[in-house]
Every structure is written in C-alpha cells, then in structure tokens.
Design a protein around this ligand. Structure first.
Ligand SMILES: *Cc1c(COP(=O)(O)O)cnc(C)c1O
Length: 393
C-alpha cells in the first residue's frame, strides 16, 4: 500500500494480507490460535510479535489486522485496535486512559451508553466527570482545569446534530496537557479529519457506516502507535473485548464500499433537508449540511459535509411523530443508523428513554423529534415517502 493513495484506493486495497493461495477477496481466518514451529519460536513470539505473527485471537488475528490497518490508513492514524462493539471501544478507551483521581470534561449530548460509562461507571473508580454544553466554548474553558486528564465528546451529537468545534476544544484541552478523545460516528471515517484537527484518539462504532448493511457489531480505537500499543493493547488483551475475525471480515468488506454508500446517503440527506425546510408539519428540519443550521459553517470547514442523518421535529409532539413513523413505507422503524436502508427512530421513547424529562429538554430531545438515518435508496423515492408520511401525521 502506498501512503500517497487517496482514500477510495486505500479503502479497497489498504491493509490487504494474502495467504499462500493469493486469494483476491480477503480471507476470514476463523482461528483462535496459531501453531508454532518449535518451542523456541513460541517463546520468542510471546516476547515480541512481528507484523505477520499472531498468538491468540484475543490479542490479534490476520483478518482483524487487515481491518485495523485499512481503517488506520483511511483515518491517517498510526495505529488502530478493533473491538467487539462501539461501546467496547468507548469503554476501553476511557478506562484504559484514566485512573482514580483523574478529571474528565465531557459534552452532555452523548450516546446513552457512553453517558452511563462517564456518569455512573467511572465515578465508582474515583474519576471525576464534569459535563458541559458542547457548543459553549466558555463552558469548556471554565470546566477544563490543570488536572484535567481527558476531554470526550461526539463531534456531531446524536440525535440533535449539534456540531462541536473540535480545533477550539482541542486547543483548550492541550493547553493543560489533557488528551482529546472523540466519538466520530456521525462524521464517518470517510470525512473525518479529526486527528489533524486536534483529536488524539478517534473512536468509531463500526456497527454504523463501516458495516453499513446492518449485519455485525464492531468498534475501533485509533491513535498514535505509542497510545495504541502501550495504553490500549494491554488493556484489550487482558480484558477480552476483541473483535471476532468474522465481524472483522464484514467490516473489511464494508470499508470497500463505504465511500460510495456515504456519498449516496449525503446526497439523499441533502435532498430531504432542502425539500423539508419550512414544511408546515415541522417545527424544525435539522441537517448540519443545510445553510440554515447554526453550525453549518463549522461543519463545512471541519468535515466538508453535513452527514447522513437528518432530524425532524414534528409540531404535533409524540402523537404526530408516531403517526409519521407508522406511515413510512420505505424507511424502517429501528434504532441503528448509517445503514444502506433508511431508518427512522423516535429517540425520546427508545434510544434516550432512560433520560429524565429535564435531561431531554436540556438536550433538545423533544416529544416530536424523529431521527432519520438516510439510506442509499433513490432520494426522490425517499422524499415522496417522507412527504406522504408527513401528510398522515
Ligand atoms: C451506536 C453508537 C455507539 C455504540 O456503538 P455499538 O456498536 O452499538 O456498541 C457509540 N457512539 C455513537 C455515537 C453511536 O452512534
């Protein structure tokens, strides 16, 4: 693989390892362990593994390594570690990076399970977490202290699609030597420039756009060689959240087509957002890629596109939202996102049900809010489906 290749070429050829059969399509190495030629070789392998040498699938596997190398090349990261799910990546990256007495600053608008890890779990082990409104740089400035070890946020937040100023937050964090960790799912690895914009660690749930076809769970942590090998690898080896070789193969094949899928999804999201602005049934049609979005300039500067998800706030509250969801014919009601199929979600009663009413209000998760993950279907068919369902609402 050449470093000079552009992203789309890296997505097809990056990280490929071929066996003695020179197969075209990447092989699935469904093996837990690896045979050593001699006792001496086994001893040497346990001391240090070379690039094509493996010990045990919890530590690494050739198919998993292909996925890690391909996504690292795409992200422009020195190294990557694949995990069993997106949450395995988030929880491992946080836990492995922190110790009792550390202080963390996190944006309040987070994926529910990430909020659980930060709000409930880390506290049990003596880590203090301060939550801020991620859009308000003054709140970040006030919350970040000399003893802050880490800042954590979603670059585009779920489900309200607020966009956080990564370079500005990173500057504040780095001024006190804190590590900048971002959950970059909504940006997608295709459009991420997070490392060059100040992130030290980038995390994806591969379950979303990387698989992109609703099949397998997965996650990945990307960062410097030093961080991945010294901080993440020992933690992952000994706590067991490894990605399965089969899932790694699904993700590897997903990466081959992710740029094409994401491009089609952005095209659809842009078309829907344009057509739905000012629709009489909607209080808001939220899409960072639309010029009316409050952080439109920021998202175009940092990501160059507005993502694959739009959020629709229906005027009639939960009843209207449910009538809308039940009237959709193409988009399915589910809770994944980034899929080839359009997926509509009612966050207040599903993904964010656990939050108090007060928390929902603070985060902008209104009873009428529907998250619409745009698939790769024809944009005009999707628009007709959404318009008909809005009529029914
Ligand atoms: C889905 C998601 C996760 C968790 O990923 P899983 O693969 O479901 O464990 C974390 N963060 C964000 C932003 C997500 O959308």
């Amino acid at each position: 693989m050449s470093k000079d290749w552009n992203k789309r070429t890296k997505l097809v050829h990056g990280g490929t390892r071929r066996s003695q059969y020179n197969e075209v399509s990447e092989a699935i190495f469904l093996t837990q362990g690896f045979v050593y030629d001699s006792a001496e070789q086994a001893e040497a392998r346990f001391l240090e593994t070379g690039p094509d040498e493996f010990i045990y699938a919890r530590y690494g596997n050739p198919t998993v390594a292909m996925f890690e190398d391909r996504i690292a090349a795409l992200e422009g990261a020195e190294a990557a570690f694949a995990t069993a799910s997106g949450m395995a990546a988030v929880s491992a990256a946080l836990t492995a990076s922190l110790k009792a007495g550390d202080h963390v600053v996190a944006a309040r608008a987070l994926f529910g399970s990430s909020l659980y890890v930060l709000e409930e779990l880390l506290g049990r082990f003596g880590v203090e977490v301060t939550f801020v409104d991620g859009l308000d740089l003054d709140q970040w400035r006030d919350a970040i202290r000399p003893d802050t070890a880490l800042v954590f946020f979603e670059t585009i937040a779920n489900p309200t699609l607020e966009v956080i100023d990564l370079p500005a937050v990173a500057e504040l964090a780095h001024a006190v030597g804190a590590r900048v960790m971002v959950d970059n799912v909504f940006v997608t690895p295709v459009h991420s420039r997070a490392l060059s914009q100040g992130a030290d660690v980038v995390i994806y749930s591969a379950t979303k756009h990387i698989d992109g076809q609703g099949r397998a769970l997965g996650g990945v942590i990307l960062g410097s060689e030093e961080y991945i090998r010294k901080v993440i690898e020992p933690y992952m080896k000994h706590t067991g959240g490894a990605m399965s070789p089969f899932s790694a193969w699904v993700m590897l094949k997903g990466l081959e087509t992710i740029a094409l899928r994401v491009r089609a999804q952005i095209e659809g999201a842009t078309r829907l957002a344009e057509a739905l602005q000012g629709h009489p049934k909607l209080a808001r049609a939220i899409y960072p890629g639309h010029p009316d979005h409050p952080q439109h300039a920021l998202v175009m500067r940092d990501m160059g596109m507005g993502g694959t998800v739009i959020s629709l706030d229906l005027k009639g509250g939960q009843e209207a939202a449910f009538r809308f969801l039940n009237a959709l014919n193409i988009a399915v009601i589910s809770n994944n996102l980034g899929d080839a199929k359009s997926i509509a979600t009612h966050p207040a009663t599903t993904t964010h049900q656990r939050l108090s009413d007060e928390q929902k209000v603070t985060l902008g998760i209104t009873p009428g809010l529907v998250r619409f993950s745009v698939g790769i279907e024809d944009p005009e068919d999707l628009l007709a489906d959404v318009l008909a369902a809005l009529d029914a609402a």
